[in-house]
Structure formats: C-alpha cells, structure tokens
Design a protein around this ligand. Structure first.
Ligand SMILES: *Cc1c(COP(=O)(O)O)cnc(C)c1O
Length: 452
C-alpha cells in the first residue's frame, strides 16, 4: 500500500482503511451520531437570521434577476415525487417508503445547490458594506442595494472565491449582478463551459494547476493582500453554511404540503452529495434543528474523494485528507473532488451525520442515466451521487444494522435524494454524460433524427 502511514491516526480502523483503499463502494455508519455538539457550534438563531435575510432580500433579487419575479424573488427548488425512478430501481413504495427528488439542479440563476450558500454570503456582505457606508439604513428596503450609489460603492470592492466550478458560478454571478468586482480562482480541471460562462458575465477567472484546495489557497492569499477585498472561504465560511441551512424550513413546508409526516413512525432519510461538506452539512444542520432524531442524513462521496468519511472515521480533530490514506482525489464528479473536509463543518457532522456511502464514477454515470430515463431530469455527475442511498439502507448489512439499531420501519418513511446541479450544463455536455452512462449500462445510443 502506498498510504503514508506516518500521517495516519492510530485510531483509524484498519479494516475500513483497506476497504477505502480498494475503492469498492461502501456504507459507513458514524459512531458519533447523537454525541454532544461543539460549544462553538452555530445556533438555531443564526439559521433563523439567514432565513430572515433571504426573505428581506427577495425584492432585491427580483430586481437583479427578473426571472425570479414569478416566485417573488425567493429562489427555491421543487420537491418531486420519484416513484418511477424508485420502481425502476426495484424499490416498492409500500414496503420501503416513498422516494422524492429535491430538485436543486434546477435552482434558478446558478443551476446548483451553490446558489443557496453563495447568494446568502454575497447578500450578507452587500448589506454589511452598504450599512457601514451609510448607503443603506438597517431597516430599509433591500432594493436600495440595486441603486446607483450602492453600485458605485460595490464597484470599489472585490469578491474573490476559489472553486471547482459551481461555487464560482454562484458567487461570481451574484457579485457581478450587484456591481462588485468578482474574481474566481479555479483549478485547471474545472469545466471549460463554466469558465466561459463566468467570463461572459464580466467575472475574472484565474486558473491554477493542482486541485481544488490549491485554488482556494491562491484565492485566499490574493484576497488577503488586496484592500477592500472579501474572500468567500468554502473551507470555513459560516455565511455559506447558514445559507445552506436555510433550505430546511422551506423543505419542511414542502413535506407538509405533500402530506408527508416526519415522526417516529415516519422517518425522513436524506441523501446529499458531499464535497467540502458545506452544502450537505448546512442542510443537515438545518434539518436536525427542525426534525431532531427523526431525520437521518447520509452523505454521498466519490470513492476517490471520501474526505468527510475519512475525517469523521479518524475520530480526531487534526485534519486528515484522502491523500493521507493513499487515494488520489480523481473523479468525474468535479463538484465533489475535494481532498479535505471543511474544518467548520466536520466537527458538527461528527455529532449529526448518520453515515456516508461512497460512489464510483461508473455508478455516477449509470445513475445519471437512470434519473433521466425514469424522471426526465438531466443531472451532472456529482448531482447523481445520492441516488444509491435508499438501496444502501435496505440492501446492505450496515444499512439494515442502522435500521435495526434505531428501531426504524420503512413503510411510512420518506426518502429524499438531493439532486445538486445540472440545469445550466450545456446540451452537448449532457449528451456526453448520457452516452457514457449508456456505454457503462450496455445500452446503445438512440438513433439521431437527422441523417447525413
Ligand atoms: C459543491 C457541490 C456539492 C457539494 O457541496 P459541498 O459544499 O462542496 O460539500 C454537491 N453537488 C454539486 C453539484 C456541487 O457543485
């Protein structure tokens, strides 16, 4: 084995280590679930403040993005019943509970889950700068942030972010819309269309060799050195985290509207793709605050990049990366290609996360195709990572063990597969993903309607 064992904590379970290194997908259960939260954890009041901010900025959002007028400025995603997908994957709703897709792939403007955290952080920054310069009074209508004096003020400030793609899109688009100077540091492996799209919006894109962490580090260093510069720190930002956490309350309303109770005999299971952990961690934190022990959150991570799993399984606070255990962090799921989990989020998830399952690139493409064929939804590879969640629960020893230990029966359960990105992906890119899925699944390509 190539793992540099000197950096490995002694507590890391050797059997788990071997299994992770073999890259065979697995379900890992978090032994810390239900333990005490760290004393400095964000509070429920912090989440409520984020919810309030998004509500009071809805009018502003409609001014900046006219496509939001129809939903009164509140960019939210649908909760879609996914019974066709469920049956296609061999699961019976009467026996296993009902599947839904939380459609963040179609979130307006940014087309991914990153709209939640990213928009919230830029809005909070804009409010704070405007109030600090007397361009906005604390109780004033936030549409004032789209006024000429506000734009002139924001033009003197820079918003910088390091990103594999989707966070850059979300921050870049929002910052540019308010008139900030926006700089996005990306790793060279970020998709070309994402870079092009940002440049079209007037965002400066700086490319770096190396992985996501290198892009973040470069962005952080440059932002710290520049005056009037704000760095959106995906590895430790509280404002991003709270923006994600604010998703929970609207989801609770959607569940109630759909007639889905959440209680001891109606458990809620949520499966969310995990990169650095901010998005899935924030959502888990928000849902735990509302549903407590009746919600069970699982993260999905690529077999090459299970950074949250590795951090939590080490049961220590010293940072540990997937490289430390001999993995290479190479995956087609560019939104999830993160070697080291967020320092802000991992201590919180140590107490709240039910478990993590890993996904191979092959599975991502196969699942992306299954979602398309059953539900007509086009996802990017990262966004399909959660699809295998319900089957892990019902069909693996670890999953059945979890259900038994918590005394859960599934007949009244709700399963939510969080689909995290894809609606802005160009058509030719989708076609490539789907062709790849067909190759893997042994299906041939449908005939083209045109002939040569
Ligand atoms: C960023 C991203 C995630 C995961 O969010 P993190 O905050 O990095 O954990 C999941 N899916 C997609 C499509 C993403 O872009």
């Amino acid at each position: 084995m190539l793992a540099p064992m000197n950096s490995m904590p002694k507590t890391f379970p050797p059997e788990l280590l071997a299994q992770l290194q073999s890259r065979v997908p697995l379900l890992w259960l978090n032994p810390g679930l239900g333990s005490a939260m760290p004393a400095d954890a964000p509070t429920v009041a912090d989440v409520a403040a984020a919810e309030t901010r998004l509500v009071r900025c809805a009018g502003l959002m409609s001014v900046l993005f006219p496509e939001l007028e129809a939903c009164a400025g509140r960019g939210e995603s649908e909760l879609v019943e996914a019974t066709r997908l469920q049956r296609a994957m061999g699961s019976d709703p009467d026996r296993d509970g009902t599947w839904f897709i939380k459609a963040d792939h179609a979130l307006p403007i940014a087309g991914s889950i990153k709209a939640r955290g990213g928009f919230h952080e830029v809005l909070a920054l804009a409010e704070s700068i405007a109030v600090g310069h007397d361009v906005l009074s604390p109780d004033e209508d936030r549409r004032q942030l789209a006024s000429e004096p506000a734009r002139a003020l924001f033009a003197q400030h820079t918003v910088t972010v390091g990103s594999t793609g989707n966070l850059g899109l979300s921050i870049g688009v929002m910052a540019a819309a308010l008139g900030f100077k926006a700089i996005v540091h990306m790793s060279t492996d970020a998709k070309t269309w994402k870079k092009d799209r940002l440049r079209m919006r007037g965002v400066q894109v700086i490319e770096h060799d190396g992985d996501y962490a290198a892009a973040v580090a470069a962005g952080r260093a440059q932002a710290l050195a520049a005056p009037r510069s704000h760095f959106v720190d995906d590895e430790r930002s509280l404002m991003l985290f709270l923006g994600y956490a604010a998703a929970a309350r609207y989801l609770a309303t959607q569940l109630a509207t759909a007639g889905r109770a959440v209680d001891a005999s109606h458990p809620l299971f949520v499966y969310i793709p995990c990169g650095v952990g901010g998005a899935p961690g924030g959502i888990t934190y928000g849902l735990k605050a509302l549903f407590g022990e009746h919600v069970h959150c699982f993260f999905a991570e690529p077999v090459a990049s299970p950074c949250m799993l590795v951090q939590l399984a080490s049961q220590q606070s010293d940072p540990i990366s997937v490289y430390d255990i001999g993995l290479d962090n190479r995956t087609e799921a560019d939104g999830l290609a993160v070697g080291q989990a967020s320092h802000l989020v991992s201590p919180l998830m140590a107490a709240q996360l039910s478990g993590v399952f890993t996904v191979s690139d092959q599975q991502l493409y196969a699942q992306l195709l299954q979602v398309l064929q059953a539900e007509g939804i086009e996802l990017e590879p990262s966004a399909a990572a959660g699809v295998g969640g319900p089957a892990w629960l019902t069909s693996s020893n670890a999953g059945r063990d979890y259900l038994r230990r918590h005394g859960l029966s599934l007949a009244g359960a709700t399963h939510i597969i969080w689909s995290t990105g894809g609606s802005l992906v160009p058509q030719e890119e989708h076609r490539r993903f789907q062709d790849h899925g067909r190759q893997i699944s042994g299906q041939s390509r449908p005939c083209q309607s045109h002939s040569h």
